[in-house]
Design a protein around this ligand. Structure first.
Ligand SMILES: *Cc1c(COP(=O)(O)O)cnc(C)c1O
Length: 404
């Protein structure tokens, strides 16, 4: 029996077939059970901010586990208070911000959904969200996720959510004083790394404020420095009412959070939300250490600079297949001229490169924020080799024209 058979028999079928069996990681590299080495430009889907087995991450887990892991939310712990304060500072909430801790992105967005309902009450039953944006897989967050094919097997959804185009005009047309909140994914990662139109967030801030609706920004993929700012909304210099974070803040440890600004911080009152694991000492110590290292090593700037370097290097690849790059910092979507993204991912894996295809015509690159020249050079070499493999297959598939 192979691991493949075990996975096929024992693991839930909601995920596709597992592509490899990884046994070890270090920095931007992974090793499979056969000892083959891979360059990892997926980083667990923008999660492993410091790469694999970073000493700061390892030490934070070991030290905190040996000190105090979990006591429940009847009590506070020093790492929890420290992380709340750090997140408030990095998000720029000022004194009147507050932090709710959960264990995943979906849990952070569930909390945000409840925040929106508390704000809306019976006067504001409507919630707006963007078509094609992704907010999670739980029943609440699925109701916020503007992808009909994901919702369809699980209807009926939690009511009240309406989906609009990602344009200022669509928002103006849809909003009124019965809207509790607008949910926004600033760069639609799962939809193919699609940034919002320039100026959208600033306009959305003004429009939601005018109608008394909350602006809630899902920074689960874009947060923790990924786009070259701590949070994507900071590129537009606005102040939202709430943001949600997860993925990159834990560097591989499951943790998520809802961060509220201003009067939105006063909406939750005792008894309205909770979590057993959320914000425990172990998780918050690890996330605190990860954010501390991102700050110490100036990895937000590294994300901006290496992102620009990577796009430039990709633009230099001589291939008809590539249409161009989208995204910001180290959240990059590479557009393809043909629907061969899945084949390109498979070819890359053969060549020892881990990348991801959020759809048939896009490759998503979300490497560790720690990458430098060595990783970028090796990426270009392996990615180019994978592209050649796919191009060769495309040529073979194209019927040659037979002259009449
Ligand atoms: C990944 C993601 C989520 C869901 O996070 P989970 O930890 O998988 O629950 C929500 N929103 C965005 C934008 C994401 O990228």
């Amino acid at each position: 029996m192979s691991w493949h058979d075990d996975a096929g028999r024992d693991l839930v079928r909601s995920f596709g077939e597992r592509m490899a069996l990884f046994v070890r990681g270090e920095g931007s590299y992974l090793w499979d059970a056969d000892g083959k080495r891979y360059l990892d430009f997926l980083a667990g889907i923008a999660v492993d901010s410091l790469g694999h087995a970073h000493p700061v991450f390892v030490d934070a887990i070991a030290t905190q586990a040996a000190t105090l892991a979990h006591v429940s939310n009847y009590f506070a712990t020093p790492p929890q208070l420290a992380l709340a304060s750090t997140l408030k500072r990095l998000a720029g909430t000022g004194d009147d911000g507050r932090v709710y801790f959960g264990n995943s992105g979906a849990e952070a967005n569930e909390a945000a959904f409840k925040l929106a309902r508390l704000h809306g009450g019976s006067e504001r039953p409507r919630i707006l969200a963007l078509q094609d944006a992704f907010h999670g897989r739980t029943m609440g967050t699925l109701a916020l996720t503007g992808k009909p094919y994901m919702q369809e097997p699980f209807l009926p959804m939690t009511p009240g959510v309406e989906f609009i185009d990602s344009t200022v005009e669509a928002l103006e047309a849809a909003i009124d004083d019965r809207v509790a909140a607008l949910f926004v994914e600033p760069v639609k990662g799962e939809a193919g790394v699609l940034p919002l139109p320039e100026g959208y967030l600033a306009a959305a801030r003004e429009i939601t404020e005018r109608h008394g609706a909350l602006l809630i920004i899902d920074e689960i993929q874009t947060g923790a420095g990924r786009t070259g700012e701590w949070f994507a909304f900071q590129h537009e210099g606005i102040t939202p009412d709430a943001i949600t974070v997860a993925k990159g803040i834990g560097g591989g440890f499951p943790i998520g959070a809802l961060i509220t600004f201003g009067s939105a911080s006063e909406l939750f009152y005792p008894g309205t939300h909770g979590s057993t694991f959320g914000g425990n000492a172990l998780g918050t110590a690890v996330a605190g250490a990860v954010l501390g290292e991102i700050e110490r090593a100036d990895l937000v700037r590294n994300a901006a600079e290496r992102g620009a370097q990577l796009r430039e290097a990709i633009a230099g690849i001589d291939s008809e297949l590539i249409t161009g790059c989208r995204g910001a910092g180290l959240l990059i979507g590479v557009g393809l001229r043909h629907p061969v993204a899945k084949a390109l991912v498979a070819a890359a894996q053969e060549h020892g490169l881990v990348i991801n295809a959020p759809n048939d015509e896009t490759i998503r690159l979300v490497p560790a924020l720690t990458i430098g020249d060595v990783e970028i050079d090796e990426f270009i070499e392996l990615f180019t080799a994978a592209i050649r493999t796919v191009e060769d297959a495309l040529v073979l598939d194209t019927p040659t024209e037979v002259p009449a």
